[in-house]
Design a protein around this ligand. Sequence first.
Ligand code: EPZ
Length: 420
Amino acid sequence: MDCYHIIGQNRLNGKVCLHGAKNSALPILAATILSNKQSVIHNCPQLTDIKAACDILEYIGCTVTRQGQSVVVDPSGICRGDIPDNLMREMRSSIIFLGALAARLGKTCVSFPGGCELGARPIDLHLFGLRKLGLIINEEHGLLDCTAPGRLKGAKIVLSFPSVGATENILLACVLAQGTTTIANAAREPEIIDLANYLNACGAQVRGAGSDTIVVEGVPKLHGAEHSVIPDRIVAATYLAAAAATGGEVLVQDCCPLHLESILPVFEHAGCVVSCTQNSIYLSAKQPLKAVPVIRTLPYPGFPTDAQAPLMAMLSLAQGTSVIVENIFENRFKHVPEMLKMGADIKVEGRVAVVSGVSRLHSAKVYASDLRAGAALVVAALAAQGESEVYGLSHIDRGYENLDTTLQNLGARMIRKYEE
Ligand code: EPZ
């Protein structure tokens, strides 16, 4: 099993070029099947989740070619609409293909994505929206057997929660529907805007992405497009947290500071110096970190749940007590027991974590249980005294491209080892 060996307490210093956003590239790759024309997706990160999405595209008959940071998808050869269980299980967010397959083929069968480390991960809002568009969905034996009798029809859909995935699935299904679709209480994440920009480049008519109401005029046909994925705001937050936790300074380039508007004030409140240009963020943590009274995770533009774990790792070393309320997922503190092994002082009660800063963390052997928990453990190990071992790298590889070499270039003493 792979693990990182990290010798902590090196101040990180230097520049990071940010890769494209996983959570934008995934729905956009699903969207490439909405036409039978080639699309070229640039700034597409080399991650295991992206590979899983490309595996699905190839399985249904697309030709997929990776050219450096670009992925070329030719969907003209699509010949099947089912996604087998093994591919669905490679990445639970494969459910994002449901809407696109239904719109393109009118028939699809996928397995019900299970829950994951973060909680139950229901898809009731996805199914609610797709059924409103006229998709017939039979749920039995763990399968979602879907049929669209004729062309899907536009509808008014009000989401009870601004679910990112449900908003994306409905968008992918309704761009080819007959008539107008309104998605009320839609997710407002930057990844939704990026998806809408790609869809519109393909000839769709999506308006209002980024607001809580999206209006789509269905069109009979789409064509391919060339599109560059937005930078990954969560990866940016992770590198900033690593620099802050080690008392260093970092310049994150090729990023979009606007997408971190709810995150950067936390670093400033913790005593970091933060300055931005249009596409870069500079952070310096020369002073001891200060606790942040309360952080509440919320749908965008609130503080993102994906940044909660890496920033908790940073705050575990801050002077004072920080309270973190996780409002999005019911089980997103699984990094805490591992951080306690490193000497952190964190008490969890339901969705609330009380982080009492300690003067130092010590090395330990720790295990990542999910993607962002893994990132948090790396941040903690970079700040800890001694040599830590971080296991569960398959989780980290899902969302961080070249994490070890990027951190090494910032001065981290870490190597990736394979151990039986
Ligand atoms: C997306 O997940 C991201 N994943 C997640 O990132 C991210 O944490 C999440 O949005 C919130 O920002 C991708 O984009 C691939 P949701 P998603 O639907 O779409 C409940 C990472 O680390 N819900 O907005 O699954 C759900 O249980 C990953 O990169 C329903 O109840 O998030 C959760 O409590 C982790 N019914 C809340 O909504 C539904 O039908 C937010 O889920 C759907 C969701």
